[in-house]
Design a protein around this ligand. Structure first.
Ligand SMILES: Nc1ncnc2c1ncn2[C@@H]1O[C@H](COP(=O)(O)OP(=O)(O)OP(=O)(O)O)[C@@H](O)[C@H]1O
Length: 234
């Protein structure tokens, strides 16, 4: 049974059609890379799955539930820490998340804080961009959700921090859940990706099992992406 089902979904803003009759299904236990050029609709798809977009056409269900208020209880969208007062400490932000989300696991948050080398007493205003991203990610992964939606968790982050974030995804990924990640860092995530969903101008250009592609064709994620974008795949 699919965890996420997207059927004939279209979405536009004003006169602009952003997502055009998109169909896909995603199973639990998978890490799915949602890829595409700038403006291809990745963030829009993430917002649709998160129940944040309004007035779209089609059907989106997550765990058999129509996407909306109810699904937000088990869909974890990458946290946005920008709305917290800048003098809040990490500990205060974590405590807020614990009260906000019934599925928040404080023990997991503490483990992740240690892994990310973040001190609970640090104030938000003193965190570097990379450390802010790490905090956002650990808040998200500390929820025991069925679906994790990570929109560009690696952007603007230095190499070693990116590696740390990718390691944390592998280490803390719950095999019963589904993780959808958007990024332009293709080679860096290829070792953790199970499936690839490539968007081109608001439509699905490719939905493939990356393990099979790698085994059968011996190509990496960048080459798969390039071939898809250039229309070189059958
Ligand atoms: N609120 C909005 N009003 C009008 N157009 C919008 C709005 N939000 C997104 N768009 C347009 O929809 C298209 C898809 O945007 P989206 O942010 O989903 O792309 P993306 O694939 O995430 O891009 P990037 O890789 O640059 O983050 C873009 O052309 C964008 O300009």
């Amino acid at each position: 049974m699919s965890l996420v089902e997207v059927k004939n979904v279209s979405y536009g803003k004003g006169r602009k059609q952003i997502v055009n009759d998109v169909n896909f299904q995603l199973e639990p236990g998978k890490i799915v890379a949602l890829l595409g050029e700038n403006g291809s609709g990745k963030t829009t798809i993430i917002r649709l799955l998160a129940g944040l977009a309004l007035r779209w056409q089609g059907t989106i269900t997550i765990a058999q539930e129509k996407v909306g208020t109810k699904t937000k209880a088990f869909v974890a969208l990458l946290a946005d820490i920008n709305d917290f007062p800048s003098d809040f400490s990490i500990e205060q932000v974590v405590a807020f998340y614990e009260t906000m989300y019934a599925d928040f696991d404080l023990g997991k948050a503490r483990q992740l804080l240690t892994f990310m080398e973040l001190g609970e007493e640090e104030q938000l205003k003193n965190l570097s961009r990379g450390n802010r991203e790490k905090l956002a990610l650990l808040l998200t992964l500390s929820r025991k959700a069925q679906v994790y939606l990570l929109d560009e968790p690696l952007s603007g982050i230095d190499l070693l921090s990116r590696e740390k974030i990718i390691q944390s995804l592998v280490r803390w990924f719950d095999e019963e859940s589904l993780l959808v990640i958007t990024t332009h860092q293709l080679s860096e995530i290829e070792n953790i990706v199970d499936q690839v969903l490539i968007l081109k101008d608001g439509t699905i250009a490719l939905h493939a099992d990356f393990e099979s592609v790698r085994e059968e064709e011996g190509i990496g994620l960048e080459e798969l992406y390039r071939q898809t974008m250039l229309g070189e795949r059958r």
